[in-house]
Design a protein around this ligand. Sequence first.
Ligand SMILES: Cc1cc2nc3c(=O)[nH]c(=O)nc-3n(C[C@H](O)[C@H](O)[C@H](O)COP(=O)(O)O)c2cc1C
Length: 345
Amino acid sequence: MESPDAIRKNEHLALAEKLYPQTHQTNPFNQVQIIPTALPETAVDQTSLQTTITDELQLERPFYLEAMTGGSKRAGQINADLAAVAHKYQLAMATGSMSIIFKDPASQSSFQVIRKQNPDGIVLANLSAKASIDQAAKAMQLVHAQALEIHLNAAQELVMPEGGRQFNWVANIDQLAARFPVIVKEVGFGMNKNDISQLQSAGVTVINVSGRGGTNFAAIENARNYHTDLSSLTNWGLTTPQSLLEARASRHPSTAIIASGGICSPLDVVKAGVLGADAVGVAGHFLHQYIQHGRPALEKTIADWTVAVERLITLCGCHNFQELRTCQFTLSADLLAYAQQRQII
Ligand SMILES: Cc1cc2nc3c(=O)[nH]c(=O)nc-3n(C[C@H](O)[C@H](O)[C@H](O)COP(=O)(O)O)c2cc1C
């Protein structure tokens, strides 16, 4: 019999997949158009897929496996497969939240397997914004992580029947950022420009806006909540393009911005780069490939994305992912109105 936390992890996996068709009906990246050039004046063999987040986080590919799971037997099997894929295709990979290891030490192996499968790759250890310095050190040590990923998930917690109800996080994030290389991320509800500014003031130099448009933890937790109907939170949050525009207006030049939330194609990856992302995390869509069609299908998707992203960067007349932000783009009337009201364009 698994622990209640492990059961919750299995429910998240099952519900993310069950709700995939409903949560991926509209793609907010369709509201962004890259202005193409007929004269790229470059070549595929002049294009690099490497991207630099920080000195410790030099990624071979601009997209990576974003935080999903760990903690249960099933989650351990999935982590082993995802980490083997990350190893084969030189992708960075984030663990799912490791908080469970402090309640249930037997769950440690479901995270350690990530490092076992991918001895030299980039692994990010994921914890909540409440984590203590000791917990962060232990989680990072367990998977030999290059950085700590701290998740912000107020909307999820509030829909979760057993979730937290208090959200004073900044002082703790400040302490963690003073001790470890940290990435602060949302879990699919996005960030506004004041969030970005506050995190930067707390010493955070890598921020993953993780917006709405893909996996929806309000919908997932509401499906687990048999007591109270909180479906009114299902459309909560900023989309990933909205969040990237917010970040564009408030980032310091030395802050790295990561995009995640609803990334489902190589074109979405490239559009995120045009909106200023330094790298892109993908969770639900890669999980969907894996659960629906198995590890070979996920490998084929990643091999195809690698080629397509390289060719799209070339087609944009750029030489690497980070140069994409120099491309021109237009926004749909809705997204433009949003950006104008927010005074971020
Ligand atoms: C099954 C599942 C479990 C997740 N668990 C975590 C987690 O433990 N910690 C975290 O920071 N984010 C977690 N996420 C959120 C993702 O990292 C990501 O921020 C979010 O799903 C949006 O990206 P997507 O639309 O590509 O899925 C999880 C996502 C999925 C699909």
